[in-house]
Design a protein around this ligand. Structure first.
Ligand code: ACO
Length: 378
């Protein structure tokens, strides 16, 4: 019997980091509703929550924030490697390569058993990924990278390192909401990839590289940049209906940022991000992209095909508008997703350490009982 793949019914671990009920659009992080966390917590608080199943006290928060900021620098060799890459290298390929290279400079990279050390490495990587993302945005444009500051949060440091200017509070707040919303999401494809690598006894950097590699695909994290390219290709709100007729009704392509393996109703993160896209569209005077996104989502939701298949905008849909209005290059959208999801990946990796090898079965459908024919007789 053939198998359609996808493993949707398989349960591979007991977890305490997040719970999703896709039938009613519910997401919680360690017991807290995402709606209660999104606008009230910092990304560092969420990182602490994912590692400790409780929110930090003020001193614990400050200790984590300052540790991440203090360790966010990246070695000159990694910066030089990034400078040596063609400017057109996909940013996710740069991130994957840089994280892999960082392992060579991490004194604890090959310690595979100590969970405290793994946690320290995860915090270091969290800051370093922030620095890599901001540095590549500048290097790809021929500008010099800017070093991280010890007094800033992850969101603030990224905004600061993009330009070197004092970070704008509105931009930092919007980015922080994005980082909180994307931090963790059950056994998604990239988290599963990271856990599979960890279950072989391999190291944290290798697991994170696997997570980045899986996230890169357009069915997963790559959908945010593809969604923005789609809004730009549509170009104007008046073009939405003809574009939908020509591209979607003909079955030629999927709407990027719509549909989800788990959510068969609203993705709660999409609604929160839509509100932030609204605020940014108003404050920047650039309504066009949000208007296109809203009209396209409404057009899809009014169409029987999307209704029957329970296809709703997912987290990548409105986050594309948010990141674009924050001034990010489209190629950087998926690395920003990784900059947040490093938290969920690391929490899963540490939980998986010392666990059993993950090794499912395949359904063999090839030929049987063939008679071997030597090379010179074929
Ligand atoms: N546009 C049009 N049709 C779609 C879409 C879409 N975006 N997504 C799914 N469908 C259709 C499929 O063609 C299929 O139709 P069928 O039953 O007639 O064959 C049906 O809906 C079910 O789709 P599957 O591919 O079986 O669903 P699956 O759970 O495997 O895929 C996925 C989920 C990959 C997210 C899919 O919805 C998709 O490709 N969406 C666009 C890419 C995207 O936004 N990815 C980001 C997901 S969120 C995240 O990873 C962070």
């Amino acid at each position: 019997m053939t198998n359609k793949g996808g493993l949707e019914e398989a349960i591979v671990a007991d977890i305490n980091t997040s719970y999703i009920d896709g039938s009613i659009g519910k997401l919680i992080y360690s017991g807290y509703a995402i709606e209660d966390l999104a606008e009230t917590t910092s990304f560092e608080e969420i990182l602490f929550l994912l590692f400790n199943t409780r929110l930090p006290k003020p001193k614990e928060y400050e200790s984590l924030r300052s540790t991440i900021a203090a360790e966010a620098s990246i070695p000159d060799a990694v910066i030089n490697m990034m400078k040596s890459l063609p400017a057109a290298t996909p940013a996710m390929a740069v991130l994957r390569t840089a994280v892999s290279m960082l392992s060579a400079f991490d004194p604890d990279a090959e310690n595979l058993s100590d969970k405290d050390l793994a946690q320290a490495k995860a915090f270091r990587l969290t800051g370093q990924i922030t620095t890599i993302c901001a540095a590549w945005m500048r290097i790809a444009k021929g500008q010099g990278p800017i070093a991280p500051r010890g007094d800033l949060s992850v969101a603030e440091n990224f905004v600061y390192m993009m330009s070197g200017d004092e970070p704008d509070a509105t931009a930092c707040a919007a980015l922080n909401v994005y980082l909180v919303l994307l931090a963790e999401h059950g056994m998604n494809a990239s988290t599963f990839a990271a856990r599979v690598v960890t279950a072989t006894g391999s190291d944290l950097h290798s697991a994170i590289v696997a997570g980045i590699s899986a996230l890169k695909g357009p069915s997963h994290g790559g959908a945010n940049s593809e969604a923005m390219k789609m809004f730009i290709a549509i170009g104007d709100v008046d073009n939405v209906l003809p574009w939908f007729e020509q591209n979607i009704k003909t079955g030629q392509r999927r709407i990027m940022g719509i549909g989800h393996r788990v959510y068969k109703s609203n993705d709660p993160r999409a609604g929160i991000l839509r509100r932030h896209a609204e605020a940014l569209a108003e404050s920047s005077g650039q309504r066009k992209w949000l208007d296109i996104a809203v009209k396209l989502a409404e057009t899809a939701r009014a169409d029987d095909y999307f209704v029957q298949r329970n296809l709703y905008p997912n987290v990548d849909y409105y986050s594309a508008v948010v990141l674009y209005l924050l001034g990010l290059d489209i190629d950087m959208f998926t690395p920003l997703f990784a900059m947040s999801r490093i938290s969920g990946w690391s929490a899963h990796v540490i939980a998986q350490m010392g666990g059993r090898l993950i090794r499912p079965k395949a359904n063999y459908v090839g030929p049987q009982d063939r008679k071997f024919v030597p090379m010179d007789e074929r």
